[in-house]
Each structure stands twice: as C-alpha cells, then as structure tokens.
Design a protein around this ligand. Structure first.
Ligand code: SAH
Length: 241
C-alpha cells in the first residue's frame, strides 16, 4: 500500500526522530524510508521510539546524498516551514500536494523530503526538489518537530489515497437503505397532514407547522422502510380518531 511514496530524512541529528518518523509513517500506511547521511544510525533510540514500527526502521536505506535518495522519483516535494526565494512551484495546501503525489505514485516513485532539526534543508537541497510544501501553522511559532511534520504530511497523503474510489478503503457502515422518491415523500406528508387535521391537532390550515415538519423529515432522511413504518403508524392513528 502506498509503496511508491517515499519519505526522505536529510541528516537527522537525533536518532529518536527516525524512530518516531517510522511510527508516523506506519500509522499512515507508508513504509519506504530513506535516510540521507544520518548522524547516528542504526541506533537503539531509533528502534525504541519506533514503538511497533521497527520493521520500517530496519528496512530504511541509507544514502550519502539527497540525489541518491530521489533520482528515480518523478516528483520530489521538499517540506519547509519557510518559503524560499527560489522560484520552485509551491503547494499552498498540503492537501493539494498529497493528491498530486498519490496520483503520480500510481505509476512511479515520488518523495517527500524533510530537513535537519537544526537548520532544515539547504538551498542546494531545495533546488533538487521539484516542489515545496509548508504546513500552515502559527505565524509566530510555525516550525514543527521533524517527526510531527512527517506525521501531518503523511496523514494528508493517506487521506488523499483513501478518498480515491479505487483504494477500496471503506469504513464498514450499515447500508442506509434506499431513499424514498419525492412522490413517496409527498404522499407521506399528505397523510400526516390529514391525520393532524382529523385529530384536531391542527384546527386551521397551518402551512408553517407543516413546513416545519417537512424540514424535520428532510433532515432525518428516512429510508423507504422507515417511511412505510411511519405511514403504518399514521394509518393506525387514523382508525382511532
Ligand atoms: N530549524 C529548521 C526547521 C527544522 S524542523 C528551520 O528553520 O528550517 C525539521 C524539518 O521539519 C524541516 O526541515 C521541515 O522539513 C519539517 N517542518 C517543520 N515544520 C514545518 C512546516 N511548518 N511545514 C513544512 N515542513 C516543516
């Protein structure tokens, strides 16, 4: 699942961030992690903080240079809290970025690149990206922890993937049942109106009350079965008035 979407961490300082990144990735169905020149790896701290995502940590590949990590990718998105001066295309919304990545990943590898804890990505590294993305955040305090930035963007990727009908991802929900036609609804409201008049609940034409009840049933969206239950109830009341 989502195997063509790669997460690249450049020169990570704290090995714990690699573990937390692996965990963030795995919760969102991602598994391809590439580490560019990490300061310390493999490392116990990375495995400890992976908390069940050690498989992602163990399968991580180490390369010496960003270009080695992304040369086979058709789109490379650099995550940066600050907009750079380079005229690189910029995704204003992570959601748009995620849709684009997911679509391309049908056929080819794509990558999301994250910078160092201390100083992010260098200008040279940004130039090796095809696009940039920032996570909208507090203008006065908008820099996320590395693995949290990975979590947010991975979540967007997962969401974009899930929204595609071909993902086959469906939350198990009971079927809502077939909805009634407009004619069936009209018959129900006529019936309701007859019973309200016959019972003395409405003594004169009260269009407003009827409109309110119509709005109530429109919000409730009863299915055909429920509507026929209500019709049955009205018929039985009718016999007793
Ligand atoms: N001090 C660095 C930021 C390091 S945070 C700087 O000023 O650039 C580590 C990495 O997390 C960043 O390189 C970036 O890839 C990612 N990140 C953090 N906050 C982000 C945000 N708001 N939008 C996009 N990426 C972000």
């Amino acid at each position: 699942m989502l195997s063509n979407i790669r997460i690249v961490l450049v020169q990570t300082f704290h090995p714990g961030n690699i573990g937390q990144t692996a965990r963030a990735m795995k919760t969102m169905g991602l598994s391809d992690l590439v580490l560019v020149n990490p300061r310390r790896f493999p490392d116990q701290e990375a495995s400890r903080l992976a908390a069940g995502a050690e498989d992602v940590v163990d399968a991580a590949r180490i390369v010496g240079d960003l270009s080695d990590a992304v040369s086979d990718c058709v789109q490379v998105v650099g995550a940066s809290a600050r907009l750079r001066s380079q005229p690189l295309p910029h995704f204003d919304e992570p959601e748009t970025m995620a849709r684009s990545l997911v679509e391309l990943a049908d056929q080819d590898p794509v990558a999301l690149v994250f910078g160092r804890e201390r100083f992010g990505l260098t200008n040279e590294e940004i130039q090796q990206c095809s696009h940039q993305v920032s996570i909208p955040a507090n203008p006065d305090y908008g820099i996320l922890n590395l693995s949290q930035a990975v979590q947010v963007l991975s979540y967007e990727v997962f969401r974009a993937w899930r929204q595609r009908p071909e993902s086959g991802y469906q939350v198990a929900r009971p079927s809502p049942g077939r909805l009634p036609t407009q004619a069936q609804l009209d018959h129900f409201h006529d019936h309701l109106s007859r019973v309200m008049h016959a019972s003395g609940f409405l003594t004169q034409p009260h269009a407003r009350t009827e409109q309110q009840l119509q709005a109530l049933f429109a919000r409730a969206q009863p299915n055909r079965k429920e509507l026929s239950l209500l019709r049955g109830l009205l018929s039985s009341l009718e016999q007793n008035v």
